[in-house]
Write a protein that binds this ligand. Structure first.
Ligand SMILES: Nc1ncnc2c1ncn2[C@@H]1O[C@H](COP(=O)(O)OP(=O)(O)O)[C@@H](O)[C@H]1O
Ligand SMILES: [Mg+2]
Length: 550
């Protein structure tokens, strides 16, 4: 006989819940679907993805962070993987695909342990020990970058661009990148600090990638507003104004009754007088260049031209800030406040024709740390992908310069870690040993995938690379161009230590976080509901990403 205990309902109707093994395997599958989606882009021989958004806009990229930013992910665990890419991007600007692929593989290995009834807490404990050991091994493997060693920085830039479409022109681009980063680097005591915000990136369609150049100054994607203004000004005194040089239009509809023509003339004269006064204020300050964040109307343009003031209108806020930093000018919001002390200084301002457009070049600035890169390329897609490649390269060079440490790429560090962990695991023993060994297997996914993407046989390559490491060749990695195992330092495939460290950190944290979840409670309409979801939890929009393998 039932004692008749009523079930207590604590969750709102429509809430979906999945617990225990079901929740775990579902989360693991979703996370792996994401990592499989970006896997084929890893490395110099990786493929590109074409992403089409709901508006039909197309992005062609090889950049893991960009792919994950562009696709709509619904499953909560999948979203956590997207976060891995984001944090990797924020910390180092490179290594995003590796971090995501590694997270997926850590979860796959963990899944196999779960199937053998090993408790998630034990796996997480083992993974934590493994991650700590891995970082220790990496630290020992790292080599110092000598101060002023531009050749090494250049190789680091080249390695990060190897996998981007820019790879054919990477010689020129690497020089641009190293030049830009070393110029803006600052010494704070014994520390070197690089603020990449000091490097302005401007894009202009036309010309080849090879026409990309570094400008020591600021570039405005603006022409002078009037043909009558000088095209070039030496010893520029620059006013930055965030106010319109126009007669204010009233908010309400006002109507003026004009009864005779003289009244009309008087009205127009009044308007002209007001504008003239505004221009007078600019002139009085001593400025010979005006960069206005708002509009400059026709009459004002005429007077400014007459005064010989090079003027630009509707400048972007970010460019105003960069100009202020570069020239020492203060942005003035009210023309009445403009005085000589607000002006900035630059040796030269010039309008130049780039492609089909005219741009304003502000060079020889008061602050020598103002640096811009003008990206050129035949199409918008090429330029955008180039910009992503440059972002990665600038970031790695920054990180390398700040930390002064590097490791070997091409999977060399991964193999060293994997072998080191296998040696270390027995000293821990028990079931955690199994988790550490699982970690050791998982990290081999990097050289395996690099081989696979290069059309090499991953099994052969893994045998070869392991045997090289056993012989003490600790920098042996996959030379994807030659299709063989080589010393990566000798091949100049080098990365900043911080990138590899962060990959380990981000992926092990995300994997353990996902493993600890044994209960997914999703409120109605609240994102990826676990039950009834397609395996892997991909929204229909991801169908175009290719076969996810689920
Ligand atoms: N010439 C090369 N030979 C072998 N591996 C390379 C070479 N150049 C770069 N790599 C490797 O490619 C990987 C990076 O690929 P990438 O597609 O940029 O992904 P991520 O987003 O992780 O940076 C790193 O493991 C790096 O060591
Ligand atoms: Mg990269």
């Amino acid at each position: 006989m039932m004692t008749g205990q009523q079930p207590i309902i604590v969750l709102k109707e429509g809430t979906k819940r999945e617990r225990g093994k079901g929740a775990q395997s579902n989360n693991i599958m979703a996370a792996r679907a994401i990592s499989d989606a970006v896997k084929s882009t890893l490395g110099p021989k990786g493929m590109d993805k074409m992403l089409v958004d709901s508006m039909g806009d197309v992005v062609v990229t090889n950049d893991g962070a960009t792919i994950l930013k562009e696709i709509d992910v619904e499953h909560p665990a999948a979203k956590m993987i997207v976060e891995v890419a984001k944090s990797q991007d924020e910390e180092c600007g490179d290594g995003t695909t590796s971090a995501v692929v590694l997270t997926g593989e850590l979860l796959k290995s963990a899944g196999e342990l779960l199937d053998q009834n090993i408790h998630p807490t034990v796996i997480c404990g083992g993974y934590k020990l493994a991650a700590t050991k891995a970082k220790e091994i990496l630290g020992k493997l790292a080599i110092d970058i000598k101060p002023g060693d531009k050749k090494t920085l250049r190789n680091i830039a080249m390695t990060s661009m190897a996998s981007k479409s820019a790879s054919q022109e990477k010689d020129i681009l690497a020089d641009v990148v190293v030049d830009a980063v070393t110029r803006v680097a600052e010494k704070h005591g014994s520390k070197t600090v690089v603020d990449l915000d000091n490097i302005q990136i401007q894009k202009k369609q036309g010309g080849g990638i090879g026409n990309t150049e570094i400008i020591t100054g600021i570039i405005l994607d603006k022409e002078r507003v009037h043909e009558g203004m000088p095209r070039e000004i030496k010893k520029a005194k620059i006013a930055l104004v965030n106010a319109a040089l126009e007669v204010k239009k009233t908010e309400v509809d006002a109507r003026i009754q004009i009864n005779d023509p003289t009244q009309l003339q008087a009205f127009l004269d009044e308007e002209e007088g007001m504008i003239k006064k505004m221009v007078e204020k600019v002139k009085k300050s001593g400025a010979n260049v005006l960069v206005c964040q708002k509009g400059i109307d026709d009459i004002a343009q005429h007077f400014l031209a007459k005064a010989g003031i090079y003027s630009v209108r509707r400048a972007k806020k970010s460019d105003m800030e960069k100009l202020s930093k570069a020239t020492g000018a203060k942005v003035v919001a009210n023309l009445d406040d403009l005085s000589a002390s607000d002006l900035g200084h630059a040796g030269n301002i010039e309008e130049r024709k780039i492609g089909d457009d005219k741009m304003t070049f502000v060079t020889d600035c008061k602050n020598p740390k103002a640096v811009s890169i003008l990206i050129r390329g035949t199409t918008e897609h090429v330029i955008d992908e180039l910009e992503r490649g440059l972002h990665d390269a600038l970031s790695v060079v920054k990180v390398a310069l700040e930390d002064g440490k590097m490791t070997a790429g091409g999977g060399a560090a991964a193999i060293a870690i994997s072998m080191g962990l296998r040696d270390y695991a027995p000293s821990v023993g028990g079931r955690e040993q199994m988790a550490i060994e699982a970690f050791a297997n998982a990290i081999e996914i990097i050289p395996k995938t690099l081989s696979e993407n290069a059309g090499l046989d991953p099994i052969d390559m893994m045998l070869e690379i392991r045997s090289a490491h056993k012989k003490g060749k600790k920098y042996a990695g996959i030379n994807v161009n030659a299709g063989q195992v080589d010393d990566m330092f000798k091949n100049n495939v080098i990365e900043p230590l911080r990138v590899s460290m962060q990959e380990i950190e981000a992926s092990s944290e995300a994997a353990t976080m996902i493993l600890r979840i044994d209960d997914v409670i999703a409120s109605k309409g609240g994102g990826g509901a676990p039950a009834g979801m397609p395996p892997g939890g991909m929204p229909p929009g991801m169908g175009g990403m290719g076969d996810m393998g689920y």
